[in-house]
Design a protein around this ligand. Structure first.
Ligand SMILES: Cc1cc2nc3c(=O)[nH]c(=O)nc-3n(C[C@H](O)[C@H](O)[C@H](O)COP(=O)(O)OP(=O)(O)OC[C@H]3O[C@@H](n4cnc5c(N)ncnc54)[C@H](O)[C@@H]3O)c2cc1C
Length: 224
């Protein structure tokens, strides 16, 4: 049976969207299935790190990425036991990526989707929730998904990438084992309104047994 696409990627997060862009750029027919109607997940990654900026530079996309609204953070400080300390200084890196770009994850994902759509083989289907795998004997041959109208589909693909996040349905369907790294802490996220400042003041406060991370999102602190 000929597969409808070369690659079906489940999950339009950073992993799935960047994989989709790279494979579409390589000339493959790629379909990304994303269960949400948009990328607007608040309290997600704001920090696009130098390593990521460098990859986008290699792809020739850095200037266009940085045309999206963002703040640049070159040094990171924190208050440790009541003392203000500088603990990260990125200024020695290549000037093209010697900063953290503070950019909401939805902005980043929207950018990747826009770039990927330039390639004829790329398709992103929103509100498409994967429900299981299409099997051909003992081989994964595609993905079953439900569209926004509740209609079930089976999309056949030469390769399936399950990038559907930490509660991956496809990981379960493929009986892949989870390696539990045993995270020792939980993080509670909340926001505090503040006045917008000219520079981005992201940082943190460290006290015995307690840490607060504070991401400067303009008119509020995103705190963890
Ligand atoms: C509160 C918070 C703050 C963070 N801050 C930062 C930060 O500042 N900088 C940073 O680099 N990282 C940050 N991270 C980590 C970063 O968000 C994750 O590493 C990243 O999102 C993981 O990407 P992913 O594509 O693997 O998974 P996800 O981002 O989880 O994407 C999975 C996608 O799959 C979709 N999906 C799930 N199930 C299905 C299904 N059945 N069918 C179709 N689609 C499905 C989901 O809707 C989602 O869009 C933060 C994470 C959290 C939770």
């Amino acid at each position: 049976m000929a597969a409808e696409v070369d690659l079906c990627i489940v999950g339009g997060g950073p992993a799935g969207m960047v994989a989709g862009l790279l494979f579409a750029r390589a000339g493959l027919r790629v379909t990304v299935l994303e269960k949400h109607a948009d990328f607007l997940r608040d309290f997600r990654g704001d920090t696009v790190h130098p390593s990521t900026l460098r990859i986008f530079s290699d792809l020739g996309l850095l200037d266009r990425l940085l045309a999206r609204p963002h703040d640049k953070v070159r040094t990171i400080g924190a208050t440790v036991g009541g003392r203000q300390l500088a603990f990260a200084d990125l200024s020695a890196f290549d000037p093209r990526w010697n900063f953290i770009a503070m950019m909401p994850q939805w902005e980043f994902l929207d950018f990747v989707a826009e770039e990927a759509r330039r390639f004829p083989g790329f398709e992103l289907i929103m509100e498409a929730e994967a429900t299981g795998l299409v099997m051909a004997a003992d081989r994964v041959a595609g993905v079953r998904y439900r569209d926004c109208a509740g209609i079930e589909h089976a999309l056949t693909a030469r390769l399936v990438i399950a990038s559907d996040g930490r509660r991956s349905v496809l990981r379960g369907a493929a009986a892949l084992r989870v390696r539990d790294l045993g995270a020792p802490i939980d993080v509670f996220w909340f926001r505090i309104p503040k006045v917008r400042t000219g520079d981005n003041r992201s940082g943190g406060i460290f006290e015995p047994g307690r840490i607060i991370a504070m991401i400067d999102r303009g008119d509020y602190w995103q705190c963890a």
